[in-house]
Design a protein around this ligand. Structure first.
Ligand code: FAD
Length: 393
């Protein structure tokens, strides 16, 4: 389960040495125990983020000028793989690091970089993403949360929903309508909002797996300085596409690595529980998963290079998102069937399947074909933008 090393032998040796250094650091580091209760997780993960950052393992491929390590996507992949192998959690600020942060880096002014990025990398500011609304999900360009300019401020009033991690976030990337409703995507601005601003109410929503990971956000006359607008007023749509591209493609790269570790746990469990002939139906599903994961790995090496070269957003983001969603759901479904087949009781990771974790992963996996844009929407984007098929009505 190794990623293909770069062809150039010096670079390959460098990545291998980096991977060994990461493994050594993880081996000698006391890893955090992530509480099962969602509400207790943020504090533990914030502390973990800080420790990773202090040791130089956050912002690996971010430029040194903004506090990153100035290394390559291959270094980042090598570290992600070791982190997943060690069963260590991700840093808390993954929405900032993987989704919103790259858009701030690309479109922000020098002042916005200085103000937001070092704190984002250090885990001092955790970010959330306030795009979706009760009547604007797939059709995001119909969003209604108003942003009215008053002097040097934008006054925001409206209702966002499904905002992941908002209870723990310090900042939110919020899409607001600064033009008319009819202007659709041409009347949207992308604003960076301090979650401690007066007028914001966060109402947690319990998910199918019991965690209250996402939330409803109410904005009641929230005043935000105009200097917090990223890009131009009414020019937020291209930034939105950029953020969604990172969410679809960047997140898929990391989840692929984590899915491979779960698959490896699954194989260990099958090996240690199987006597005689394996169950044919399960064997077939496991074989299919192996193929899916191999294809996913090949796709994600291309994606890593694409993101590193700045080719985002791209219709290929939708392919990444679809492949991630399908693989994740097949993996979680097969793991659940294994629980039944082997009548497994709860066992703790590492080194085996964890019944409670599997049940939660299965339920969370249902969302993989919805968050970041639903599977149906990704298929339409692929048909129209990648294959050049005529637009549907
Ligand atoms: C776990 C999770 C975390 C999330 N986190 C965030 C977050 O942090 N921030 C945020 O802003 N949002 C977040 N979301 C919201 C997510 O982006 C939306 O749920 C998603 O875009 C779909 O929008 P919707 O829920 O309004 O569904 P709808 O758009 O109402 O869609 C309902 C169904 O209709 C289908 N459909 C809609 N339009 C079409 C069409 N034109 N053609 C074919 N089928 C169509 C969809 O595929 C879907 O199956 C999260 C969602 C989940 C599940």
């Amino acid at each position: 389960m190794t990623d293909t090393l770069p062809a150039d032998p010096d670079t390959a040796a460098d990545i291998e040495a980096y991977r060994r250094a990461a493994r050594a650091w993880l081996d000698e580091t006391e890893l955090p125990v992530v509480p099962r209760e969602f509400e207790k997780r943020a504090a533990v993960l914030r502390d973990w983020h800080r420790r990773l950052y202090d040791a130089g393992w956050v912002g690996i491929q971010w430029p040194k000028s903004v506090g990153g390590q100035g290394l390559t996507v291959d270094h980042q992949l090598a570290f992600s793989l070791e982190l997943a192998h060690a069963r260590a959690p991700q840093p808390v600020g993954s929405i900032g690091l993987e989704v919103v942060g790259p858009t701030i880096l690309k479109y922000g002014t020098a002042q916005q970089h200085d103000r937001f990025i070092p704190r984002l990398l250090a885990g001092e500011d955790v970010w959330c993403q306030g795009f979706s609304e009760p009547d604007a999900g797939s059709d995001l360009a119909s969003l209604r949360t108003r942003g009215v300019i008053e002097g040097d401020e934008l006054v925001i009033t409206g209702h966002k929903v499904w905002t992941s991690w908002a209870t723990n976030a310090d900042w939110c990337a919020v899409l607001v309508r600064t033009g008319t409703l009819e202007s659709r995507h041409r009347g949207i601005s992308y604003v960076l909002v301090d979650m401690r601003s007066p007028g914001i109410t966060v109402n947690p929503i319990a998910m199918l797996n019991g965690d209250a990971e996402f939330n409803e956000l109410m904005f009641d006359g929230v005043r935000v300085p105009l200097e917090n607008v990223l890009g131009e007023i009414n020019g937020g749509w291209s930034l939105t596409m950029d953020t969604l591209g990172w969410e679809r493609a960047g997140y898929a790269i990391r989840r692929r690595v984590e899915n491979e570790i779960s698959f490896s746990d699954m194989l260990d469990t099958v090996r240690s529980n199987t006597t005689g002939e394996p169950d044919e139906r399960l064997a077939e599903r496991i074989g299919r998963l192996d193929l899916e994961l191999s294809a996913f790995r090949a796709l994600s090496s291309q994606t890593a290079r694409r993101l590193a070269s700045g080719d985002v957003p791209s219709p290929m983001d939708s392919v990444d998102k679809l492949v991630l969603g399908r693989t994740e759901q097949h993996l979680a479904g097969t793991a659940l069937d294994l629980l039944g087949a082997y009548r497994l009781a709860i066992s703790s990771r590492p080194g085996g399947l964890d019944a409670e974790g599997i049940s939660k992963d299965y339920l969370y996996g249902r969302a993989a074909s919805v968050y970041g844009g639903s599977a149906q929407i990704q298929k339409t984007l692929i048909a129209e933008r990648l294959l050049g098929l005529p637009k549907g009505r």
